[in-house]
Each structure stands twice: as structure tokens, then as C-alpha cells.
Ligand binder design. Structure first.
Ligand code: DC
Length: 636
């Protein structure tokens, strides 16, 4: 559950967004089937792509991933996939589930595919029927046309199939991606009105980049040549659906948001979400390598067909109340089968926030209004969670629940949301004090908070609390996900000098030797840092500012702080101060704080550094009054 902070100032920012989920999962398949080693740059690292990587590894494909450089290196199988010795788990990923069915058929022996409940309740029938018509045996292990299934493609060769495309274009993409490895050519005839055709074009574009040209006849029939893919170095574009949230935020706020690396030649249909914002009055600047939205004074209503860009329906619906006229969205009946029944979800949640919205035959209509705050059910659907978070930028008290589902495609979503709030953070009455262990920053920060009549936040105590609970629960410090989950779950409350974690007084425990030894590892965990940063920002925004003390407050948490101070002291002085506080020997303490400094300054995420705008103060030999008088003057 997450309370969304309002946006206080129209943003003016250029964003670097994570890679496209749809392109990453397609390129993973083509690279896995190619001969030779492929490198995907700018790839997405999120639950849906991890699901695909996991399944491909079970098919015997060697994949090395490096989240820090957003790179994936794939040792192509040349089409010779091995039979996994365990069930393929597709989690909640629709593309992984669908793409893996024909891939499993390539193996030529039994492959079992299963996934999360959400994937079981989505439709896949046309895909299974198409596979069956090619001689592939599909055994439904629980319910007809649902996962889990046992696939056996022993008899698969190729030929002609008819495929319904009214439910999802992913069936067609799934068949196309594996078809070059079939024994014979595959001819696909589509029936009915094919939905989301830009995703089919994306599939064809990725296949072409890996050396396979599909012949397309009037957008209804496709012939795939046999022969397989060629490994390549492939640059994945930033995700256009993810960008839609920020373009929408720019449009409503009257600010300006640009996205790098996403340009007019994008292979993602969802960039056409910009056409709708343009129709509503936003100014859109398109170049080869960036797209920018400038919000107008007023957004007008629209009546649009969104069948080709249906993933952005929740985005538009969530900003629709801020338009001056009704927003009508048509031709998207099929989105009732996505991660949630999106049309019903949107109408219900908009109505709960006091906005009039109703179903029309193939979509929905949303009327202008001022939303009230309240709890928004995300139905565990990432797009519902992200869309209502954008609404929360312009509405006080929007709480998204559950909010963690953004991990599916955009783990950094809330971090990027904070980036667009940064301009407004410049208006806070905020003093950032950073520095190494024992530099005297806590005493100084508390003293200054009193003098400046601001509240004080000891962010180190927050990391210490996570470390304490991790130790207490017996969780392995190295289990990054488990420790990050603890950070997300626990409630940390301050009462004067006391610290309560989930209601328990932990003031003493968090200063103990066990926590001292563990806290650097905990605070180097990017998942923990993301949660803590979010909480620290929310804390200060709710108070209009404060004195925040830590390691990365001026450099990362509040780069627009009114004043940033970096406090140091000689190691001897720092150890002496700690020794006086704790009664331990100076040698012992020097070793500990130097060890902690080394770890804090060399970690990848937010290392301890003096920000370039920070005033550096060496407190060795200075009284607290002297130092604080100096800082106070600067701050005021
Ligand atoms: O300030 P302290 O010694 O109580 O901090 C405990 C640990 O938490 C320290 O090793 C560094 C880490 N920390 C951090 O990484 N970022 C912050 N903003 C505050 C503390």
C-alpha cells in the first residue's frame, strides 16, 4: 500500500527509462534460437523478462545478465533446445507463456509449462488450437485451454494454420517467432479483426534484426521462411508503454517531460499515445532519439479508438478527469482479459474516487471531475497501479494497493516518479546533512533541527532498523530480495530519540554490535535503498521540509535541498567521539568505522560522497555551536 505524494511543481526533466518489455522478450527468443552469441543492450530487468530468461535457461540456453549495464548476453542454441527437466514457470508473464508454447514444441518431447493464477485466467485457446492443428500434442493438466499444459511437438513440421486474432496478437507473434525453426515453412492466415497489430510489426522488426524476413500479405497472411536466426548485437528501445505515464503527467501538469532514446522511428506502437495527448492540446516534440511532451494550460476531451495502443488505456483513463470534456475510449473490449479486467477495474476505481465513468459497447467513457483521495485497488495489475499513481500526482490522498505489482514491468517506477517531483522539492525547507560514521553529524543535525524549528530524521536509524529485523528473523543478509521485502514490510516510527519498529522499541538493539556489523551490507542493497529513499522523501514532503541526516541525502534523496552540508572529521577524532559514547577502545572503533566507510563509499547504489554542491565542514576541534551557527546562517 503506497500513499502517492502530490506533484508540487510542473516538472521540466528528461528521463532515462528502462527497456521495452515487449522488445526484450522477443529479442530474447530470437537470440536464444539464433546461431552464435547475441548481446542485448538496454534490456529490461523486471519480473516478466526474468520469467523469459528463466524459461530459456531451462531449454539449455546460456544467458548472462548484467543489470548494472542493462545487458544480456545470449549463447544461441541454433534452434536445438533441450527438454527441460523441470516445469517451465512463466510467472505472470503473458508473452513468456505464449512464446514458450511453440518453443516447447521445437524440443520434440514432453515439456510442461505452468504459471501464476493470473496467467491461468487469461485466454490462450487460439494458440493451443493452432498448435494442435500443426500436429502438436497439448495435454491440459488442470482445465481445458489453460495452463498448466504438457506440450509435445514430436510431430511438428509446418504447414498452414488459421489463427484468430481478436483476443490477443501475442498468439500470432508466438507462432511467428518459433516458425523459422520448424521443419517446413509456416503460412498463417489470420481471421477476424486482428488486435494490437503494432505488436505484430514489432515482432517482424525484431525477427528482421536477427536475419529473418517474414512475407506479409495485406496484413492478414504471413509466411515464414525456414533456416533460423543469426546472432546480433541489438539495442532495445526504452519502453513506450512505461513512458506513457510520464507523458501523461507532463500533459496534466503543464510541465515538460522528455524521454531519451525513444524516437520517431520507434518500433513500439504505444508511442502513438502521444497522438492522443496532442489531440487533447499537448505539444509534442518528436526527434530521432527523443520524444517530449509539453503540457497545455487545459486539456480537452477526446473520442478515440485505442485498439492499437490498448496498454495505454489505463493511462488515458486515469488522466481523463482532468480534461475539460468527456474522454471516450473505443475498440478495446479485449482488455478485459489482461492482467485484470481493465475496463471494469478502471470504472470501479474511478467511481470510488468520485469520478463518473461508465462502460460503452467496446470501451469506456470518463467524465471531467475532481477526484478525491482514497484507496485504489490495483487488482495486482501493474498498469492500473501506475496509472492511478499518475492521478495521485494531482490528487491528495491517493493510496495504491497493492503497489508492488509495478515490478512486473517497471521496478523503478516509483523512483522515476520521484524524479519528476524533484523540482518541487526545491521549495521544501530542507537541510541535508551527510557524512561518514562518527563525523558528528547526528548531534549537529539534532541541534540544528531545534534551532531551525524543523523536524529531524535519522536515516541511518532506518537502515539500522532493517538490519535489526533481518538479523532477528534469521534472514540471510545476502538474500537481497528477502531483505528488500523486510524493508518494504516494516513500519519504522520515531518518538523523540526512541525508535519503534512494528510497535517494538528497538532503540538499543539498532545500536548494538550485530547491527553495526550488518548494516553496511543491508544499506548497500539497492532494493532496500529504493524503499528507504521513497520513505525519506515522503517524510519530508509531508512536513514541508526537515533536517535529514545520512549518507546520500544531498546527493540522491534530495539533490534540490535548500542547503547541503557534508560533515567530516579526522578518523582519530571520529573514533574518540564514538569511544566516549560507547566505552569501547579507540582502536576497535577506528577499525569498525573505517571498514564501514570503505563499504559505504564503494557500493554501487548511492555511495557515500560529498555532493558537488555540498558545503564541506571538518568538525575536528570545532564546537557544535560554532559549526551550527555557520550552517544556520547559510540556511536562512
Ligand atoms: O549514520 P549511521 O552510522 O547510523 O548509519 C548506519 C549505516 O547506514 C551506515 O553504515 C551507512 C548507512 N546509511 C546509508 O547508507 N545511507 C543513509 N542515508 C544513512 C545511513
Amino acid at each position: 500500500m503506497l500513499l502517492i505524494d502530490r506533484l508540487e511543481e510542473p516538472p521540466d526533466i528528461r528521463l532515462v527509462l528502462p527497456g521495452s518489455k515487449s522488445i526484450t522478450n522477443r529479442a530474447l527468443v530470437t537470440a536464444a534460437l539464433a546461431s552464435g552469441e547475441s548481446v542485448l543492450s538496454g534490456a529490461l530487468f523486471a519480473d516478466d523478462t526474468f520469467a523469459m530468461v528463466d524459461c530459456l535457461r531451462k531449454f539449455g540456453v546460456g544467458i548472462t545478465i548484467d543489470p548494472d549495464s542493462s545487458t544480456m548476453i545470449i549463447k544461441g542454441s541454433g534452434g536445438t533446445l533441450i527438454a527441460p527437466d523441470e516445469t517451465l514457470w512463466v510467472n505472470q508473464s503473458g508473452t513468456t507463456a505464449r512464446f514458450c508454447v511453440p518453443l516447447a514444441a521445437l524440443v520434440g518431447s514432453d515439456v510442461v509449462i505452468d504459471g501464476d493464477q493470473q496467467i491461468k485466467s487469461r485466454p490462450h485457446r487460439e494458440l493451443f488450437d493452432a498448435m494442435t492443428s500443426l500436429g502438436v500434442k497439448i495435454e491440459y493438466l488442470q482445465a481445458p485451454y489453460q495452463f498448466p499444459v504438457r506440450v509435445n511437438g514430436d510431430q511438428l513440421s509446418g504447414g498452414e494454420i488459421t489463427l484468430g486474432g481478436e483476443t490477443s496478437s501475442q498468439f500470432l507473434s508466438a507462432m511467428l517467432l518459433s516458425a523459422p525453426l520448424f521443419k517446413e515453412e509456416l503460412h498463417i492466415v489470420t481471421e477476424g479483426n486482428l488486435v494490437s497489430t503494432p505488436y505484430v510489426d514489432m515482432t517482424l522488426a525484431v525477427m528482421k534484426a536477427f536475419g529473418v524476413r517474414v512475407t506479409e500479405h495485406s496484413g492478414q497472411q504471413y509466411s515464414t521462411p525456414i533456416g533460423g536466426y543469426v546472432a546480433t548485437e541489438y539495442q532495445v528501445e526504452p519502453d513506450a508503454s512505461a513512458a506513457s505515464y510520464f507523458f501523461a503527467a507532463a500533459a496534466v501538469s503543464g510541465g515538460k517531460i522528455g524521454v531519451e532514446g525513444l524516437g520517431s522511428f520507434s518500433i513500439q506502437g504505444d508511442v502513438h499515445f502521444l497522438d492522443i495527448l496532442e489531440k487533447m492540446g499537448a505539444k509534442v516534440i518528436r526527434s530521432d532519439d527523443s520524444l517530449t511532451v509539453c503540457g497545455p494550460d487545459e486539456l480537452s476531451g477526446v473520442d478515440v479508438s485505442m485498439s492499437l495502443i490498448s496498454d495505454t488505456v489505463p493511462t488515458l483513463a486515469a488522466i481523463a478527469p482532468f480534461a475539460t470534456g468527456p474522454v471516450t475510449i473505443r475498440d478495446v473490449a479485449f482488455i478485459s482479459n489482461k492482467e485484470s479486467d481493465r475496463i471494469s477495474a478502471l470504472i470501479t476505481e474511478l467511481s470510488n474516487l468520485g469520478i463518473q465513468a461508465k462502460k460503452v459497447d467496446t470501451g469506456l467513457i470518463v467524465y471531467p471531475g475532481t477526484p478525491q483521495g482514497g484507496i485504489v485497488n490495483s487488482y495486482d495489475d501493474h498498469r492500473i497501479a501506475m496509472s492511478f499513481s499518475i492521478m495521485g500526482l494531482f490528487t491528495s490522498g491517493v493510496i495504491v494497493h497493492p503497489h508492488q505489482c509495478v515490478e512486473k514491468t517497471f521496478p523503478e517506477f516509483y523512483e522515476v516518479l520521484d524524479q519528476i517531483r524533484m523540482r518541487g522539492d526545491g521549495n521544501l525547507s530542507l537541510l541535508a546533512i551527510d557524512g561518514p560514521a562518527g563525523s558528528g553529524k547526528s548531534t549537529l543535525a539534532k541541534y540544528l533541527a531545534k534551532q531551525l524549528e524543523l523536524e529531524y530524521l535519522d536515516t541511518g536509524a532506518m537502515y539500522r532498523s532493517v538490519a535489526a529485523v533481518t538479523i532477528k528473523s534469521g534472514t540471510d543478509l545476502g538474500d537481497k530480495n528477502a531483505v528488500a521485502e523486510i524493508a518494504e514490510r516494516i513500519l519504522i516510527e520515531f518518538d523523540g530519540d526512541k525508535i519503534f519498529v512494528d510497535g517494538e522499541n528497538m532503540t538499543k538493539i539498532i545500536r548494538g554490535t550485530d547491527v553495526n556489523a550488518a548494516v553496511s551490507e543491508v544499506s548497500a542493497n539497492p532494493g532496500v535503498r529504493a524503499v528507504m529513499r521513497r520513505r525519506q522523501r515522503a517524510w519530508a514532503r509531508a512536513r514541508g521540509g526537515g533536517v535529514l541526516e545520512g549518507r546520500d541525502i544531498g546527493s540522491v534523496v534530495f539533490p534540490n535541498a535548500r542547503l547541503k552540508v557534508y560533515v567530516t572529521a579526522t578518523p582519530e577524532e571520529r573514533a574518540k567521539r564514538r569511544s566516549l559514547e560507547s566505552g569501547r577502545t579507540i582502536e576497535d572503533i577506528t577499525k569498525e568505522i573505517l571498514g564501514r566507510d570503505a563499504k559505504d563509499s564503494t557500493r554501487i547504489d548511492s555511495p557515500l560522497v560529498a555532493d558537488s554542491e555540498a558545503i564541506i565542514i571538518d568538525t575536528t576541534g570545532k564546537t557544535i555551536e560554532e559549526t551550527s551557527d555557520f550552517i544556520q546562517k547559510l540556511f536562512r
